[in-house]
Structure formats: C-alpha cells, structure tokens
Design a protein around this ligand. Structure first.
Ligand SMILES: CCCCC/C=C/C(=O)SCCNC(=O)CCNC(=O)[C@H](O)C(C)(C)COP(=O)(O)OP(=O)(O)OC[C@H]1O[C@@H](n2cnc3c(N)ncnc32)[C@H](O)[C@@H]1OP(=O)(O)O
Ligand code: NDP
Length: 246
C-alpha cells in the first residue's frame, strides 16, 4: 500500500511494531523511486502514548500529515467456543482500539489546527456479513465500520473525512496461509464472481482515491473491492446445469 501511494506521488510514513520489516519496505521504495519518499516509524497502535509519539515523528518527517490509513490487524482462525477472553482482547485491541487511538489522536490535532484531513480504515466485507471462524476480527471490523460512519458524519462539517475500503482476499500478509495452499486458493477463487484474487495495489488505489481531493464530498462511506465476493454468484453458479435453460 505504501509503495503504491509513493508511486502516485505521496510521501509516506510506514508504521508497525517491527523495525526490520518497516526498514525493508522503505528500502524497497527507495530502490524503486529514490530516497525521501518513505520513512519508517515504529508504533504499537494499542498504546495511545506510542500513537501520539508516532504522529509527532510523522509530522517532523513530512511537515504536515494529510492522511491516515488504519491498516494494522491481527487474526487467527478459531472456533468461537474455544476463543479465550485474552484471545478476543488481543485482536480487538489491535483492530478496534488501535483504529480509535490513531484516528482520535490525529483527528483532534486536525480539528485543533482548523485544518482538514482524510482517514481511511481498512475493513473487509465481513464487517457487515460476519465471518464464522474469526469472531474476534469480525466483531472488531464491525466496530470499525460503525466508527467510520459515526466519525464520517460527526467530522464531515469540519473538513475531516473518515471513510473505509473493504478489500476481498489478497494473497499477502495475514492471509498468505490461505491463498498459499493451491487447493484452498482454487476454492476461494471459485467463490469469487470476478474469478481471481484481489491485488494489493488495487486496494491501495481505492484507498488513494478516498484520501484524495477527488473524494472531498465522500464521508462515512465504504468502498468494497472484492470482485463481487460478498454478493456471491447466486444462481449463476449453477446456470449451465439448470434444466430447461436455453
Ligand atoms: C474476505 C477477506 C477476508 C480477509 C481477512 C483478513 C483479515 C486480516 O486481519 S489479515 C491480518 C492478519 N495478520 C495477522 O494475523 C498477524 C499475525 N497474527 C498475530 O499477530 C496474532 O494472531 C495475534 C493477533 C494474536 C497477536 O497478538 P499477541 O497479543 O501478540 O498474542 P499473544 O501470543 O500474546 O496471545 C494473546 C491471546 O491470544 C491467544 N492466541 C494467540 N494466538 C492464538 C491462536 N492461534 N489460537 C488461539 N488463541 C490464540 C493467546 O492464547 C492469548 O490468550 P490468553 O492465553 O487467553 O491470554
Ligand atoms: N490479506 C487479505 O486478504 C485481507 C486483508 N484485509 C485487511 O488488510 C489489512 C492488512 O492485512 P494484511 O496485509 O493481510 O496483514 P498483515 O498481517 O500482513 O499486516 C498487518 C500489519 O499490522 C501491523 N500490526 C499488527 N499489530 C500491530 C500493532 N499492535 N501496532 C502496530 N502495527 C501492528 C503488523 O506489523 P507488526 O506486526 O510489525 O506490528 C503488520 O504490518 C488488515 O486490516 C486486514 O484486516 C482485508 C481484507 C483481506
């Protein structure tokens, strides 16, 4: 996502807890586009003080921060009845609380300065359909969906826009374990009307639109990018097998 934003001309601070992976991302962007476009800053989004320090550092590096993408997430598949309170908390604290800490801290700064800004939250379509097997993540994403709509309306009149993207399956990061298995990959793709997995750059392009001045009148909206997956194929899945079809 950061690389695609830089290709589109942005300067970006990439954040996470692991210094090495952030430095690796910046090195790749430097290698492709030259130095000075991307910077690495560590943060733990579960900790409001860490978030405030990250935003201070980002402002030092970029001059002004115009946008925020809440991308951090955590997930492990588990039957709901086996999930411990600690396991539920572990995911909700990253996804829901982390999104709140970053958004509220930066939103307050923008409002206090009387300037606008744009937030894009990274959801999934199961934020509104639910997702058996990952109740912790689905609950947290559902909370972020409500936060998106609430703040989208609450701050729209003061120039702070809050929107979301809802990507389908991408063969990257946390879901590599699914799409990496050829049989599971085939079954995933079979269920997607568009007939392929999503490319990470396509998510980045959608997020870039919502961050951009082309979207100044878009507030509290969710842009779904899942090749029709959450709509399902419906009858079309069996079309060729239906009796009496011409
Ligand atoms: C249609 C499109 C769908 C695509 C959806 C994609 C969504 C994504 O979000 S992808 C991003 C996924 N990324 C990751 O998952 C990153 C790697 N994962 C993690 O870092 C862990 O899963 C984490 C979130 C649990 C990390 O939290 P951490 O606080 O470091 O975890 P602890 O080891 O301290 O454990 C806390 C708590 O959670 C229980 N637990 C951890 N892992 C599991 C597991 N695999 N199964 C069951 N329980 C687990 C652990 O036992 C602790 O609970 P208590 O013992 O009760 O305290
Ligand atoms: N992959 C997919 O198919 C889909 C993904 N999504 C969403 O896209 C986003 C990215 O997913 P994906 O790239 O697959 O996942 P990854 O696991 O690769 O990325 C998650 C990122 O979150 C960071 N992170 C986790 N916990 C924290 C924390 N406490 N503080 C700061 N950063 C943290 C991780 O870095 P570190 O561990 O170093 O802190 C990592 O860089 C997520 O919001 C996910 O829900 C949505 C739909 C589909």
């Amino acid at each position: 996502m950061a690389a695609e934003f830089c290709r589109l001309g942005a300067r970006v601070v990439v954040c996470g807890r692991t210094r090495e992976s952030l430095d690796e991302t910046v090195r790749r962007i430097d290698g492709e586009l030259g130095e000075g476009r991307a910077f690495a800053v560590t943060v733990d989004v579960r900790d409001p003080e860490s978030v405030a320090a990250m935003l201070d550092r980002a402002a030092d590096l970029l001059g002004e921060v115009d946008g925020l993408v809440n991308n951090a997430s955590g997930l492990f598949p588990i039957d709901a009845e086996k999930l411990t309170p600690g396991g539920f908390d572990a995911v909700v604290r990253i996804v829901l609380n982390g999104t709140w800490h970053c958004t509220s801290e930066l939103g307050r700064r923008w409002l206090a300065a009387g300037r606008g800004g744009a937030v894009v939250n990274v959801l999934t379509p199961y934020a509104w359909t639910g997702a058996p097997g990952i109740v912790h993540n689905a609950s947290a994403k559902g909370g972020v969906l409500a936060m998106t709509r609430t703040l989208g309306a609450e701050w729209a009149g003061r120039g702070v826009r809050v929107n979301a993207v809802a990507p389908g399956w991408m063969p990257v990061g946390g879901t590599d374990f699914l799409a990496g298995d050829p049989e599971i990959r085939r079954r995933l793709i079979d269920a997607i009307p568009a007939g392929r997995l999503l490319r990470a750059e396509e998510t980045a392009r959608a997020a870039a639109y919502l961050l951009s001045d082309d979207a100044t009148y878009v507030a509290g909206e969710v842009l779904t990018i899942d090749g029709g997956h959450h709509l399902s194929k419906g009858l079309y899945e069996f079309m060729d097998e239906l009796p009496g079809r011409r």
